[in-house]
Design a protein around this ligand. Structure first.
Ligand code: URQ
Ligand code: ZN
Ligand code: ZN
Length: 470
């Protein structure tokens, strides 16, 4: 399929410029002035629109088995919803049960993801340790294009990685040229506080944030940063939600340590007042970890994003419906943790970021696409409008408006944490793998059209530099 995008303003992480963009056979083959339309090409008039790299969401959980149930969106519906919001690639998670072979889990998730409508890749979680885990990490990096390993420091008695696992896995990652990532909450403290809440008779969703205060996240972030420092590996901290963990990242970076931070669109604009809602469905619908925080943390997170101490935005798209959340009706610790957002992330970031002057359009591209591609080593295949890059493109109408709602979302599930939010700045067209898959509200996602994206390991130099710093 040949597509010529004519008359738009291209926005990359480094600059904005007027140019036409020609796509053929899944790739961008030309970016320039007044390009001719090849015979048979589809011409899209991009006059007055921005032409940007398709969004990359580095944190999703499609059809995740978790807390006794499975998330609503599968790899088709979840990636299709992403395309409707301008996100053309995801990095999801393979999460082996403790004692389950990493390779076996990886192959299971690969099978689930074949139905994806957009491109996908996987972080693989290290939830236990023995020599087979050590060996499987090597296979995953050297044979399967995995270059990042996740560690849940929370979720005691389930998938929590203790310090021994962190140390052994980080050391293995640095050998392999792979990036360790962490969900930074102290799982022991969360467990203690959860029991305390229940003992005090606090069983409702309002107890969820009380059982995971910011200090619990800040401690775990600092601990992971210290371990990474001693082992000399870079570190990526997912869903940074509060000033405490952001401060730990900022301090580490100020001392030259290579630590990257991810922030969720939800944590940037939704605050903890949601948990005070007397309606269980409304409050439980916002139960995710780390929880939504009080408003001063949002300001800190925006400053982190603007100041370069937070690098990517994500969603942690992990959708459960009201019936699933009701599992925790009488005990908040049993409410499946997770919220959606893959469809709304870019619109929320544009509306709350660019329209307020916090982000320029180029900085928007950095935090929704380019930085993620660079951190996870798939740039310039992804994350830029340039000759040779994948034809993953979103056309953006800065004057377009929309009210975000479960009533109009493509994502499955019966809840939307951005319900009722009116945004200005919306995608009008999404091109994925060189095909037009979304146009003026109509979604033409194709099951199975998405490809598994291999992410090469980092060069030894990357770590040699680290060692030089010691
Ligand atoms: O912790 C995560 O990232 C997964 C299990 C999704 N759930 C959540 O509450 N964030
Ligand atoms: Zn997490
Ligand atoms: Zn997650």
């Amino acid at each position: 399929m040949t597509i010529l995008i004519r008359g738009g303003t291209v926005v990359n992480a480094d600059r904005e410029f007027k140019a036409d963009v020609l796509c053929d056979n899944g790739k961008i083959i030309a970016v320039g002035d007044k390009l001719d339309a090849p015979v048979g090409a589809e011409v899209i008039d991009a006059g007055g629109l921005y032409v940007m790299p398709g969004g990359i969401d580095p944190h999703t959980h499609m059809q995740l088995p978790f807390m006794g149930t499975v998330t609503q969106d599968d790899f088709f519906t979840g990636t299709a919803a992403g395309l409707a919001g301008g996100t053309t690639s995801i990095i999801d998670f393979v999460i082996p049960n403790p004692q389950q072979s990493l390779m076996e889990a990886f192959n299971t998730w690969r099978g689930w993801a074949e139905k994806s409508a957009g491109d996908y890749s996987f972080h693989v979680a290290v939830t236990w340790w023995d020599d087979t885990v050590h060996a499987d990490m090597g296979k995953l990096v050297n044979e399967h294009g995995v270059n990042s390993f996740k560690h849940f420091m929370a979720y005691k008695n389930a998938i929590m990685a203790d310090d021994e696992i962190l140390v052994k896995s980080f050391a293995r990652a640095v050998e392999l040229g792979a990036m360790p990532t962490v969900h930074a909450e102290n799982g022991e403290l969360v467990f203690l506080l959860q029991q305390e809440m229940l003992k005090q008779g606090k069983t409702g969703p309002e107890a969820h944030p009380l059982s995971r205060p910011p200090v619990v996240e800040g401690e775990a972030a600092q601990r992971a940063i210290a371990i990474a420092n001693v082992i000399n590996t870079p570190l990526y901290i997912v869903h940074v939600s509060c000033a405490e963990s952001l401060d730990a990242i900022t301090r580490a970076r100020a001392h030259g340590q290579r630590v990257f931070g991810e922030v969720l669109a939800g944590h940037l604009v939704v605050d903890d007042s949601v948990y005070k809602n007397k309606d269980f469905v409304q409050a439980a619908g916002h139960v995710m970890s780390p929880p939504f925080r009080s408003s001063q943390h949002q300001e800190a997170l925006w400053q982190g994003l603007q100041g370069g101490n937070l690098h990517t935005t994500a969603t942690d798209h992990c959708t459960f419906c009201a019936a699933q959340k009701a599992a925790g009706k009488d005990d908040f610790t049993k409410i499946p943790n997770g919220c959606g957002g893959i469809e709304e992330r870019m619109m929320v970031l544009w509306d709350a970021g660019v329209n307020t002057g916090r982000l320029t359009p180029s900085e928007f591209v950095k935090v929704t696409s380019a930085n993620c591609a660079q951190i996870f080593n798939i740039y310039p295949r992804k994350g830029v409008i340039a000759e040779g890059a994948d034809a993953d493109i979103v056309l953006w109408d800065a004057a377009g408006t929309k009210t975000l709602s479960v009533k109009t979302q493509f994502s499955k599930g019966d809840f939307n944490v951005f319900e009722g939010r009116q945004v200005k700045g919306i995608p009008t067209h999404t091109i994925s793998g060189g095909k037009l898959v979304f146009k003026q509200g109509e979604l033409m996602a194709e099951m199975g059209a998405g490809r598994y994206i291999k992410r090469p390991s980092f060069s030894p130099m990357f770590h040699a530099l680290n060692k030089m710093r010691a």
